[in-house]
Design a protein around this ligand. Structure first.
Ligand code: NDP
Length: 281
């Protein structure tokens, strides 16, 4: 029930209409009987400064941040904490004593998804396709999970090169262009392949990897989770590869956000089921 005491939380991005985050967080608030409501906050890039001021002005408890604001919010915050500083990206803002604190739970969200399945990254060569807002968290998580080699493949080579320092402790990290002829050999030699591009969100999109090279020795992870079996996962599954979509990452980054705001840890199943219930038919 919304009344005069309801605390607001929300998702700041553009677009946000498709997001499952309101379903996940509102289920967790209701599980704990917290008088709070999580709402979509569609904000254009030109309005980001006003939107950040409004978080304080409206007394928000906190917000998530998504495309295209994960980097551009940083100059407006009072402090950047934990993974967010190293990754240069913020997906959670908390309000502590009137100060805005930026956090990043994407990397932990990805790692928790991997541990839940589980997939063993230790000593394995990993290919990460994409170098946008989500990719820094994936490169850093793959390194922390013990990947032996990481290749970052992206349409814009410079963005892939910029992520190399995040692969801390990895023996060999390479950045190549998506159009490079060496993509095929890197895909053949990788054991784990992660799609961190937006290719697959639309039915007309080309596949982000040459799927004819995939075999039963590959594990293919697509950060996209709608539809649950994306065109890439469908093609990889047909060739015998193990397949995982990004729904677990969504749920676990949300769970970590909720913990930051409330200090409470909801059962993952509460958020998991609420999100599935909100999937469009
Ligand atoms: P960005 O828009 O920041 O990055 C998009 C990436 O896709 C870039 O690497 C971009 O390459 C590449 N790309 C886009 N169009 C093309 C194309 N036509 N051909 C080749 N490459 C292309 O998005 P994010 O990094 O934030 O998100 C990436 C994906 O991950 C999205 O699908 C998103 O839904 C998903 N995601 C899932 C999460 C989860 O919790 N499961 C969390 C965050 C994201 P270039 O750099 O050259 O432009």
């Amino acid at each position: 029930m919304i009344d005069g005491h309801t605390r607001l939380y929300g998702l700041l991005g553009m677009p946000v209409g498709h997001s499952l985050s309101p379903a996940l967080h509102n289920a967790a608030f209701s599980h704990f009987g917290i008088n709070a409501c999580y709402v979509p906050l569609p904000v254009a890039p030109s309005d980001i400064s006003a939107a950040i001021s409004a978080i304080k002005a409206f007394g928000f408890g906190g917000v998530n941040v998504t495309v295209p604001h994960k980097t551009t919010v940083i100059p407006f915050l009072d402090e950047i904490r934990g993974d967010a500083a190293a990754l240069g990206a913020v997906n959670v803002i908390s309000v502590e004593d009137g100060r805005l604190i930026g956090h990043n739970t994407d990397s932990t969200g990805f790692r928790r998804m991997i541990e839940t399945h589980p997939v063993d990254f230790a000593g394995k060569p990993v290919a990460i396709i994409g170098a946008g807002g989500a990719a820094p968290a994936i490169v850093s998580a793959a390194a922390a999970l013990g990947a032996s080699d990481i290749v970052i493949v992206n349409r814009t080579l410079e963005k892939a090169q910029a992520l190399i320092p995040l692969a801390q402790g990895v023996k060999n990290t390479t950045a190549i262009s998506l159009s490079s002829q060496s993509v095929d050999s890197f895909i053949k030699n990788s054991i784990i392949i992660i799609n961190a591009t937006s290719l697959g969100l639309h039915s007309v999109d080309p596949l982000p990897v040459p799927v004819h090279l995939l075999t039963a020795r590959h594990t293919v992870i697509d950060l996209i989770y709608k539809p649950p079996e994306t065109p890439l996962l469908q093609a990889a599954g047909k060739r015998g590869a193990a397949i995982i979509n990004g729904y677990g990452m969504l749920v676990y980054q949300a769970l970590e956000s909720f913990k930051i705001w409330t200090g409470l840890t909801p059962p993952a199943s509460i958020m998991w089921d609420a999100g599935l219930g909100a999937f469009p038919d």
